[in-house]
Ligand binder design. Structure first.
Ligand SMILES: [Mg+2]
Length: 319
Protein backbone atom coordinates (compact mmCIF):
# COMPACT_ATOMS: atom_id res chain seq x y z
CA UNK A 1 0.00 0.00 0.00
CA UNK A 2 2.73 2.45 1.05
CA UNK A 3 4.54 1.81 -2.22
CA UNK A 4 1.41 2.37 -4.28
CA UNK A 5 0.68 5.66 -2.51
CA UNK A 6 4.20 6.95 -3.13
CA UNK A 7 4.21 5.80 -6.75
CA UNK A 8 0.86 7.32 -7.69
CA UNK A 9 1.21 10.51 -5.60
CA UNK A 10 0.78 13.78 -7.49
CA UNK A 11 1.24 17.19 -5.86
CA UNK A 12 -0.88 19.96 -7.35
CA UNK A 13 -0.92 23.70 -6.91
CA UNK A 14 -4.24 25.30 -7.85
CA UNK A 15 -4.96 29.04 -7.89
CA UNK A 16 -8.17 30.03 -6.15
CA UNK A 17 -10.81 32.40 -7.45
CA UNK A 18 -10.80 34.51 -4.33
CA UNK A 19 -8.84 34.60 -1.11
CA UNK A 20 -10.35 32.03 1.24
CA UNK A 21 -9.05 31.08 4.67
CA UNK A 22 -6.20 33.53 4.04
CA UNK A 23 -4.76 31.66 1.04
CA UNK A 24 -4.85 32.23 -2.71
CA UNK A 25 -3.28 28.96 -3.88
CA UNK A 26 -4.45 25.55 -2.75
CA UNK A 27 -1.93 22.71 -2.60
CA UNK A 28 -3.19 19.12 -2.59
CA UNK A 29 -1.74 15.65 -2.96
CA UNK A 30 -3.67 12.96 -4.83
CA UNK A 31 -2.98 9.24 -4.92
CA UNK A 32 -4.68 6.14 -6.26
CA UNK A 33 -5.67 2.89 -4.58
CA UNK A 34 -7.83 -0.08 -5.55
CA UNK A 35 -11.05 1.85 -4.69
CA UNK A 36 -9.99 4.82 -6.81
CA UNK A 37 -8.37 8.22 -6.26
CA UNK A 38 -8.15 10.00 -2.92
CA UNK A 39 -7.03 13.46 -1.88
CA UNK A 40 -4.72 14.34 0.99
CA UNK A 41 -4.82 18.08 1.54
CA UNK A 42 -4.23 19.09 5.15
CA UNK A 43 -3.46 22.81 5.16
CA UNK A 44 0.26 23.53 5.02
CA UNK A 45 0.43 24.99 8.54
CA UNK A 46 -0.87 21.77 10.11
CA UNK A 47 1.56 19.70 12.14
CA UNK A 48 2.25 16.11 11.12
CA UNK A 49 0.06 14.76 13.88
CA UNK A 50 -3.04 16.39 12.41
CA UNK A 51 -1.96 15.76 8.81
CA UNK A 52 -1.63 12.05 9.63
CA UNK A 53 -5.30 11.87 10.60
CA UNK A 54 -6.20 13.38 7.21
CA UNK A 55 -3.94 10.80 5.59
CA UNK A 56 -5.74 7.99 7.40
CA UNK A 57 -9.00 9.27 5.90
CA UNK A 58 -7.56 9.44 2.37
CA UNK A 59 -6.05 5.95 2.67
CA UNK A 60 -9.39 4.56 3.84
CA UNK A 61 -11.11 6.13 0.83
CA UNK A 62 -8.58 4.71 -1.64
CA UNK A 63 -7.86 1.35 0.01
CA UNK A 64 -10.35 0.64 2.81
CA UNK A 65 -13.76 -0.89 3.36
CA UNK A 66 -16.46 1.74 3.03
CA UNK A 67 -20.21 1.08 2.82
CA UNK A 68 -21.64 1.65 -0.65
CA UNK A 69 -24.10 4.59 -0.61
CA UNK A 70 -27.54 3.99 -2.07
CA UNK A 71 -28.30 7.68 -2.72
CA UNK A 72 -27.40 8.84 -6.24
CA UNK A 73 -27.21 12.56 -5.40
CA UNK A 74 -26.95 14.75 -2.31
CA UNK A 75 -28.21 18.29 -1.64
CA UNK A 76 -25.63 21.05 -1.15
CA UNK A 77 -25.60 24.68 -0.10
CA UNK A 78 -24.12 27.59 -2.01
CA UNK A 79 -21.29 29.44 -0.25
CA UNK A 80 -20.62 33.17 -0.22
CA UNK A 81 -17.31 34.55 1.02
CA UNK A 82 -16.95 38.09 2.35
CA UNK A 83 -16.94 39.66 -1.11
CA UNK A 84 -18.41 42.85 -2.52
CA UNK A 85 -20.04 41.47 -5.64
CA UNK A 86 -22.56 39.08 -4.14
CA UNK A 87 -24.33 38.38 -7.42
CA UNK A 88 -21.22 37.40 -9.36
CA UNK A 89 -20.01 35.19 -6.51
CA UNK A 90 -23.28 33.27 -6.25
CA UNK A 91 -23.98 32.95 -9.95
CA UNK A 92 -21.80 29.82 -10.47
CA UNK A 93 -24.01 27.92 -8.00
CA UNK A 94 -27.07 28.18 -10.27
CA UNK A 95 -30.31 27.46 -8.39
CA UNK A 96 -29.98 26.67 -4.71
CA UNK A 97 -32.25 26.33 -1.69
CA UNK A 98 -29.64 27.09 0.97
CA UNK A 99 -26.77 29.57 1.04
CA UNK A 100 -24.00 29.81 3.59
CA UNK A 101 -22.72 33.35 4.07
CA UNK A 102 -19.33 33.94 5.66
CA UNK A 103 -19.50 36.56 8.39
CA UNK A 104 -17.18 37.95 11.08
CA UNK A 105 -14.19 37.95 8.73
CA UNK A 106 -11.22 40.11 9.71
CA UNK A 107 -11.55 43.77 8.73
CA UNK A 108 -15.32 43.38 8.37
CA UNK A 109 -17.85 44.98 10.69
CA UNK A 110 -21.22 43.63 11.78
CA UNK A 111 -22.74 46.21 9.43
CA UNK A 112 -20.72 44.77 6.50
CA UNK A 113 -22.12 41.36 7.38
CA UNK A 114 -25.69 42.67 7.57
CA UNK A 115 -25.28 44.48 4.25
CA UNK A 116 -24.07 41.28 2.60
CA UNK A 117 -26.99 39.30 4.04
CA UNK A 118 -29.44 41.92 2.76
CA UNK A 119 -27.82 41.80 -0.66
CA UNK A 120 -28.29 38.01 -0.79
CA UNK A 121 -31.91 38.39 0.33
CA UNK A 122 -32.49 40.85 -2.49
CA UNK A 123 -31.34 38.47 -5.23
CA UNK A 124 -32.35 35.17 -3.61
CA UNK A 125 -35.40 35.94 -1.47
CA UNK A 126 -36.43 32.28 -1.18
CA UNK A 127 -33.07 30.87 -0.10
CA UNK A 128 -32.61 29.65 3.44
CA UNK A 129 -29.56 31.15 5.11
CA UNK A 130 -26.67 29.85 7.16
CA UNK A 131 -24.24 32.32 8.71
CA UNK A 132 -20.73 31.02 9.29
CA UNK A 133 -18.61 33.12 11.64
CA UNK A 134 -15.71 30.67 12.05
CA UNK A 135 -15.78 31.54 15.77
CA UNK A 136 -15.16 35.19 14.95
CA UNK A 137 -17.85 36.91 17.05
CA UNK A 138 -18.07 37.55 20.74
CA UNK A 139 -21.35 36.58 22.40
CA UNK A 140 -22.67 40.14 22.32
CA UNK A 141 -22.13 40.59 18.56
CA UNK A 142 -23.52 37.16 17.78
CA UNK A 143 -26.64 38.07 19.76
CA UNK A 144 -26.96 41.39 17.93
CA UNK A 145 -26.80 39.56 14.60
CA UNK A 146 -29.27 36.92 15.75
CA UNK A 147 -31.70 39.60 16.93
CA UNK A 148 -31.45 41.41 13.60
CA UNK A 149 -32.16 38.17 11.74
CA UNK A 150 -35.12 37.46 14.01
CA UNK A 151 -36.60 40.94 13.64
CA UNK A 152 -36.18 40.93 9.89
CA UNK A 153 -37.73 37.49 9.59
CA UNK A 154 -34.72 36.07 7.74
CA UNK A 155 -35.17 32.32 7.13
CA UNK A 156 -32.12 31.36 9.13
CA UNK A 157 -31.19 27.67 9.22
CA UNK A 158 -28.49 28.18 11.81
CA UNK A 159 -25.51 30.18 13.00
CA UNK A 160 -22.34 28.20 12.32
CA UNK A 161 -19.69 28.47 15.02
CA UNK A 162 -20.72 32.04 15.94
CA UNK A 163 -18.31 32.06 18.89
CA UNK A 164 -15.08 30.27 19.59
CA UNK A 165 -15.28 27.98 22.60
CA UNK A 166 -17.68 25.23 23.61
CA UNK A 167 -18.51 27.19 26.79
CA UNK A 168 -19.41 30.29 24.76
CA UNK A 169 -21.47 28.20 22.35
CA UNK A 170 -23.41 26.73 25.27
CA UNK A 171 -24.05 30.17 26.77
CA UNK A 172 -25.18 31.60 23.44
CA UNK A 173 -27.37 28.60 22.72
CA UNK A 174 -29.35 29.24 25.91
CA UNK A 175 -29.86 32.87 24.91
CA UNK A 176 -30.88 32.00 21.36
CA UNK A 177 -33.54 29.59 22.49
CA UNK A 178 -36.05 32.43 22.87
CA UNK A 179 -35.48 33.41 19.24
CA UNK A 180 -35.67 29.79 18.10
CA UNK A 181 -32.31 30.15 16.35
CA UNK A 182 -30.08 27.09 16.05
CA UNK A 183 -26.33 26.79 16.44
CA UNK A 184 -24.07 24.48 14.45
CA UNK A 185 -20.64 23.61 15.82
CA UNK A 186 -17.87 23.49 13.21
CA UNK A 187 -14.41 24.44 14.48
CA UNK A 188 -15.36 22.94 17.86
CA UNK A 189 -15.72 19.60 16.09
CA UNK A 190 -12.31 18.70 14.76
CA UNK A 191 -10.84 16.00 16.86
CA UNK A 192 -12.45 12.62 17.25
CA UNK A 193 -13.38 13.34 20.89
CA UNK A 194 -14.99 16.73 20.13
CA UNK A 195 -18.49 15.79 18.93
CA UNK A 196 -19.36 14.06 22.17
CA UNK A 197 -17.93 16.96 24.18
CA UNK A 198 -20.10 19.42 22.25
CA UNK A 199 -23.19 17.25 22.62
CA UNK A 200 -22.63 16.71 26.34
CA UNK A 201 -22.12 20.45 26.97
CA UNK A 202 -25.39 21.10 25.11
CA UNK A 203 -23.38 23.59 23.05
CA UNK A 204 -24.95 23.04 19.63
CA UNK A 205 -28.10 21.91 17.83
CA UNK A 206 -26.14 20.48 14.90
CA UNK A 207 -22.64 19.29 14.13
CA UNK A 208 -20.64 20.11 11.03
CA UNK A 209 -18.62 17.00 10.17
CA UNK A 210 -15.72 16.70 7.77
CA UNK A 211 -14.44 13.28 6.80
CA UNK A 212 -10.73 14.15 6.64
CA UNK A 213 -10.12 15.68 10.10
CA UNK A 214 -12.19 12.94 11.71
CA UNK A 215 -9.96 10.25 10.21
CA UNK A 216 -12.29 9.02 7.49
CA UNK A 217 -15.81 8.05 6.55
CA UNK A 218 -16.21 5.13 8.96
CA UNK A 219 -15.04 7.20 11.92
CA UNK A 220 -17.31 10.10 10.96
CA UNK A 221 -20.30 7.74 10.69
CA UNK A 222 -19.59 6.34 14.13
CA UNK A 223 -19.12 9.82 15.64
CA UNK A 224 -22.38 11.10 14.16
CA UNK A 225 -24.21 8.16 15.67
CA UNK A 226 -22.62 8.59 19.09
CA UNK A 227 -23.25 12.34 19.27
CA UNK A 228 -26.92 11.88 18.43
CA UNK A 229 -27.26 15.35 16.86
CA UNK A 230 -28.25 16.25 13.27
CA UNK A 231 -25.22 16.71 11.05
CA UNK A 232 -24.08 18.78 8.10
CA UNK A 233 -21.27 17.31 6.02
CA UNK A 234 -18.72 19.82 4.85
CA UNK A 235 -15.36 19.94 3.10
CA UNK A 236 -12.13 21.82 3.44
CA UNK A 237 -11.60 23.49 0.09
CA UNK A 238 -10.73 20.46 -1.96
CA UNK A 239 -10.63 19.36 -5.58
CA UNK A 240 -13.46 17.14 -6.79
CA UNK A 241 -11.45 14.11 -5.66
CA UNK A 242 -11.48 15.31 -2.05
CA UNK A 243 -15.07 16.44 -2.32
CA UNK A 244 -16.10 12.98 -3.55
CA UNK A 245 -15.11 11.58 -0.15
CA UNK A 246 -17.39 14.10 1.58
CA UNK A 247 -20.16 13.31 -0.88
CA UNK A 248 -19.87 9.61 0.01
CA UNK A 249 -20.11 10.45 3.71
CA UNK A 250 -23.11 12.73 3.13
CA UNK A 251 -24.87 10.07 1.10
CA UNK A 252 -24.32 7.51 3.85
CA UNK A 253 -25.56 9.89 6.57
CA UNK A 254 -28.53 11.10 4.49
CA UNK A 255 -28.99 14.20 6.69
CA UNK A 256 -31.99 16.50 6.31
CA UNK A 257 -29.48 19.36 6.07
CA UNK A 258 -27.82 20.20 2.75
CA UNK A 259 -24.06 19.58 2.72
CA UNK A 260 -21.37 22.23 2.45
CA UNK A 261 -19.67 20.43 -0.41
CA UNK A 262 -20.20 22.84 -3.29
CA UNK A 263 -16.73 24.30 -2.97
CA UNK A 264 -15.07 23.04 -6.15
CA UNK A 265 -16.00 26.31 -7.86
CA UNK A 266 -13.74 28.19 -5.44
CA UNK A 267 -10.74 26.79 -7.32
CA UNK A 268 -9.94 28.18 -10.77
CA UNK A 269 -9.37 24.67 -12.10
CA UNK A 270 -10.28 21.16 -11.15
CA UNK A 271 -8.62 17.82 -11.86
CA UNK A 272 -11.51 16.51 -13.93
CA UNK A 273 -13.69 17.56 -16.85
CA UNK A 274 -16.74 16.56 -14.79
CA UNK A 275 -16.17 18.44 -11.53
CA UNK A 276 -18.50 18.00 -8.56
CA UNK A 277 -20.24 21.31 -8.97
CA UNK A 278 -23.93 21.44 -8.12
CA UNK A 279 -26.71 21.22 -10.66
CA UNK A 280 -29.90 22.65 -9.16
CA UNK A 281 -28.44 22.32 -5.68
CA UNK A 282 -27.41 18.68 -6.02
CA UNK A 283 -24.12 16.83 -6.51
CA UNK A 284 -23.85 13.26 -7.83
CA UNK A 285 -22.48 10.52 -5.57
CA UNK A 286 -19.52 9.28 -7.57
CA UNK A 287 -15.78 8.77 -7.55
CA UNK A 288 -13.55 11.04 -9.60
CA UNK A 289 -10.78 9.98 -11.96
CA UNK A 290 -8.39 12.88 -12.51
CA UNK A 291 -7.58 13.93 -16.01
CA UNK A 292 -3.94 13.15 -16.95
CA UNK A 293 -3.36 16.40 -18.80
CA UNK A 294 -4.80 18.44 -15.91
CA UNK A 295 -2.56 16.65 -13.44
CA UNK A 296 0.42 17.72 -15.53
CA UNK A 297 -0.85 21.25 -15.97
CA UNK A 298 -1.50 21.79 -12.26
CA UNK A 299 1.69 20.10 -11.11
CA UNK A 300 3.22 21.96 -8.15
CA UNK A 301 6.71 23.51 -8.43
CA UNK A 302 9.61 21.18 -7.56
CA UNK A 303 10.29 22.66 -4.12
CA UNK A 304 6.64 22.35 -3.13
CA UNK A 305 6.43 18.79 -4.47
CA UNK A 306 9.48 17.86 -2.42
CA UNK A 307 7.94 19.45 0.68
CA UNK A 308 4.72 17.45 0.26
CA UNK A 309 6.47 14.15 -0.54
CA UNK A 310 8.64 14.49 2.57
CA UNK A 311 5.53 15.27 4.60
CA UNK A 312 3.81 12.23 3.09
CA UNK A 313 6.71 9.91 3.98
CA UNK A 314 6.76 11.20 7.57
CA UNK A 315 3.00 10.84 8.00
CA UNK A 316 2.93 7.39 6.39
CA UNK A 317 5.20 6.16 9.15
CA UNK A 318 2.60 7.02 11.79
CA UNK A 319 -0.50 5.99 9.87
MG1 LIG B 1 -17.58 26.65 9.06
Amino acid sequence: MRQQILETARVLSIPMRIKFRGITTREVLLFEGPNGWAEWSPFTEYEDEEASIWLKAAIEFAFGDIPEPTLKTIKVNATLAAVKDVRAALEPFGNFEVVKIKVAEKEQTLQDDLDRIHEVRKYYPDARIRLDANGGYDIETALALANAMYEEGVPLEYLEQPVKTIAELAELKLKLKLLNIKIAADESVRKVSDPLAVAQANAADLLVLKAAPLGGINNALRIAKEAGLPVVVSSALETSVGISMGVHLAALLDSEYASGLATAALLTEDVTDTPLIPINGEIPVTRIIPNKSTLTKLQAPVDRTTWWMERLERCLKTT
